[in-house]
Structure formats: structure tokens, C-alpha cells
Design a protein around this ligand. Structure first.
Ligand SMILES: NC(=O)c1ccc[n+]([C@@H]2O[C@H](COP(=O)([O-])OP(=O)(O)OC[C@H]3O[C@@H](n4cnc5c(N)ncnc54)[C@H](O)[C@@H]3O)[C@@H](O)[C@H]2O)c1
Length: 389
């Protein structure tokens, strides 16, 4: 195949990022073995606007559909889809697209529950199609550098992780504030990126215990000059303890109702030093840390030309452009070996879901049991709501 034809399903905020930082940037760099043929969104204005913007650089205006089923039935040309929808729709849309023979790039988390995620993976495997989860965080050059430094043994054996994010969000964030549409709060939404990074840097998480709360369920929506109160049903505070396969221990906190004082601590301690993901590498015998940018320079200088081209094609360091590029190439070559395939996305989602299960059951939970669908107390109502059996 010399060119893939892609449809964009869900033309909201994140798809805008895929288009601007991904497809458009690649196009401008001369990577043009794709064509965006359709924009699909229930919100016709959003789809029309995206189609018009794409037409300006692609010289072809994608067709607009307001119904996914119509798109699947009528758009014979698209052999791949990029899906960026509210979480409760991921599995139905991805499975329908896969069943109709289209490769899938899908935003994180893979699905609203593990059961739904497993169904997507099965659909891709049954059809021999590419399933790539749009997990961009680990692709950023500084995260690649941190991984490289840890792998080199610069902090010794990783032993402790402290990941603490506290801030306040009182404004209403649409579907994300409703459990049945989002599947969980920030511990799932942002958390699946963080779980992926922890796994990427330290290794698999095997066990978790956790407590959660919804301390301030009211969110404010601006309606003209007024503020309307909306009841949020997702958690706003999570405190979890993690155990990694290599014996490392972790503390993970996400609190979105912490007023006035923000904090963001992301540190991995090893036997010989520490990496602060925001500032740099700290070693016992050095007063000053090696900054993240310095570490990144060292890492880049260590790469061979072919490694550089593999990780940063066309010199592109943008994580979104990289994931889009990898997907297009995988489709062209019909090669399912993408970095964050369904199984990899499933593992990161399982860490988050294990935390929800642990908080629900007030028990230590094995991530393997969550992956095997043996623990679904938290997820059961979601599975029932969306008939995921
Ligand atoms: N990788 C990242 O850093 C990152 C950042 C933000 C969001 N995301 C992910 O991207 C996805 C979308 O998030 P978002 O912020 O773009 O949400 P959004 O609400 O801005 O966009 C969702 C779009 O889906 C459309 N939609 C809703 N129901 C539909 C249906 N039945 N058929 C077709 N279209 C429908 C909406 O009209 C909207 O345009 C989520 O999975 C989210 O977790 C990832």
C-alpha cells in the first residue's frame, strides 16, 4: 500500500491536537503517504470546522459525517481511523471500525473498563488489524532520556516512586465529570499517562492498595453571566500505594480539590540517586543536579543516526507527531508492532483500574487479577450501564 486514507472520529479538543501537531506537521515535513478523507462528529460544526482547516493544507476537503454508523456504511475508502471520543464510546466505535476492516489509532485510556478494552483487542486480533493507543507522554524526548538514564543504572536500582499531584479544579469539564461517561476522574484520565510512565521507567506494577474520595462534587459551568452548579460523580481524591515487580514501592496521589496550594512531585529514587522528572538527576556526590535538558542532550548525543531516525523521524521531537507517524507507517506496512499496542495500553489502564477496585473493595488488589477480569466491583456498574458482557 502506498497511501492510507484516514477518517477522524471525534473532532473535539484532542483531535485538534492530532491534526495540528500530528498530521499537519508531518505533511509540512514532506511525509504525505496519508490522506484524511473524513471527519466524523455528532457535532456537525466541529466536523465541518476541522474539515475546512484540513482542506487548507491538504488540498482535499474531508467528507463530513455526523453518525459513525453512516460513516462506516458509506465511506468505503477509509482504511484507517483515528478515534478521539469520550471514554464510554471508545469500545463501540473502535470495534465497529475494526469489524469493518479499518486499522485503529485510539486515544487513551483504551476503554471505559477492562472488559471493554479486552473486546477491542480481540476485535483487532481477529481481523489482523493494527491497534495503536495514542499514549504520547513516554515519547517526549525528556522521558526517553529519563528511561535511558535509569536503564544505564545512573540511579542504581529503582526502589521508590513518589508521584503526588495536588491542585484544584472547580470548573465543569463536560463528560469528564460524569462517571458513566468517563469511567473515572483524573486518576484514570490523566492517570493512565502517569501509570504508563511509571511502568516505562520502573517496570510493571503488580499490586495496589488505595483510598478515594469525592470531597467536592460540585463543579461550576458558566452559562452567560451565571454560574450553574453541576454534580460531578467522579472521584476527586486518590491516595494509592503501589508495589512494582522489581520490589520497588510507590506512593501515588491525585487530588483535584486541593485549594490554593498546587504541588507536583514526581521522583524516582534508586539505590544510588534520584530522578526528579521535573528537574533532573540527583547523585549523592554532586551538589547540583544534572538538569533534565542536560540529560536530554546527553541522551540525544548517545543515539546512532538510525536510532534517532526511528525515535524522531524527520527530526520531529513532538510526541503527537511521532505517534501519528508510527501509526501511518504501521498501516502502510501492515505491521502491528507499534510501541503502545492494545496489550500495552491495557496494562497501563489496568494499573488505574486496580486502584479504583482497591478503593472500592478496601483491599490490596493484584493488577494481574484486574487484567484477567477477576476483579470488577468498581467496573461492574459501568459494564452493566453500557452492556459490556
Ligand atoms: N493524549 C492526551 O494528552 C489527551 C489529552 C486530552 C484528551 N485525550 C483523550 O482524547 C479523547 C477525547 O478527549 P477530548 O478532550 O478531545 O474530548 P472532547 O469532548 O473535546 O471531544 C470529543 C468529541 O467527540 C464528539 N462526540 C461525542 N459523541 C460522539 C459520537 N457518538 N459520535 C461522534 N462524535 C462524538 C464530541 O462532539 C466532541 O467533538 C479522550 O479519550 C481523552 O482521554 C488525550
Amino acid at each position: 500500500m502506498s497511501e492510507i486514507e484516514i477518517a477522524l472520529v471525534g473532532c473535539g479538543g484532542m483531535m485538534g491536537v492530532h491534526v495540528h501537531r500530528g498530521f499537519k506537521q508531518l505533511w509540512e515535513k514532506g511525509f504525505r503517504t496519508f490522506k484524511i478523507v473524513a471527519c466524523v462528529d455528532v457535532n456537525e460544526n466541529a466536523a465541518q470546522k476541522m474539515a475546512a482547516e484540513i482542506a487548507q493544507w491538504q488540498n482535499l476537503r474531508p467528507k463530513v459525517y455526523t453518525d459513525v454508523d453512516d460513516f462506516i456504511a458509506q465511506e468505503s475508502s477509509a482504511n484507517a481511523v483515528d478515534i478521539s471520543l469520550p471514554h464510554h464510546l471508545h469500545h463501540t466505535v473502535a470495534i465497529a471500525c475494526l469489524k469493518s476492516g479499518r486499522h485503529v489509532l485510539i486515544e487513551k485510556p483504551l476503554a471505559i473498563t477492562m472488559r471493554a478494552a479486552r473486546k477491542i483487542i480481540e476485535a483487532a486480533k481477529n481481523k489482523g488489524l493494527i491497534l495503536s493507543v495514542a499514549e504520547n507522554f513516554r515519547r517526549a524526548p525528556h522521558q526517553r532520556a529519563i528511561k535511558w538514564a535509569i536503564k544505564q543504572g545512573r540511579i542504581g536500582e529503582p526502589k521508590q516512586v513518589y508521584w503526588v499531584d495536588t491542585f484544584e479544579r472547580i470548573w465543569y469539564w463536560g463528560w469528564r465529570d460524569h462517571l458513566e461517561l468517563a469511567g473515572g476522574g483524573w486518576t484514570l484520565d490523566g492517570g493512565v499517562h502517569f501509570a504508563d510512565l511509571m511502568r516505562y521507567h520502573v517496570g510493571e506494577v503488580v499490586e495496589v492498595s488505595a483510598q478515594m474520595a469525592n470531597f467536592k462534587p460540585i463543579r461550576l459551568r458558566k452559562v452567560n453571566e451565571h454560574k450553574e452548579e453541576i454534580n460531578a460523580t467522579v472521584e476527586d481524591t486518590t491516595q494509592a500505594l503501589l508495589k512494582f515487580e522489581n520490589g520497588a514501592l510507590g506512593v501515588w496521589v491525585e487530588a483535584t480539590t486541593a485549594p490554593a496550594r498546587k504541588s507536583e512531585t514526581r521522583i524516582i529514587y534508586g539505590t544510588e540517586g534520584a530522578i526528579d522528572l521535573n528537574t533532573g538527576l540527583f547523585l549523592r556526590d554532586r551538589e547540583q543536579p544534572i538538569s533534565i535538558s542536560e540529560l536530554q542532550r546527553e541522551f540525544m548525543a548517545s543515539l546512532s543516526e538510525s536510532e534517532k531516525e526511528r525515535l524522531f523521524p524527520f527530526g520531529i521531537t513532538d510526541d503527537i507527531a511521532q505517534e501519528v507517524h508510527e501509526f501511518v507507517v504501521a498501516c502502510l506496512e501492515n505491521d502491528p508492532k507499534v510501541e503502545i499496542d492494545g496489550d500495552e495500553g491495557y496494562r497501563s489502564q489496568a494499573v488505574c483500574m486496580a486502584i479504583y477496585e482497591a478503593a472500592t473493595l478496601m483491599q490490596t488488589i493484584s493488577v494481574a487479577d484486574v487484567m484477567a477480569l477477576k476483579v470488577e466491583a468498581y467496573q461492574r456498574p459501568l459494564n452493566e450501564r453500557w452492556q459490556i458482557f
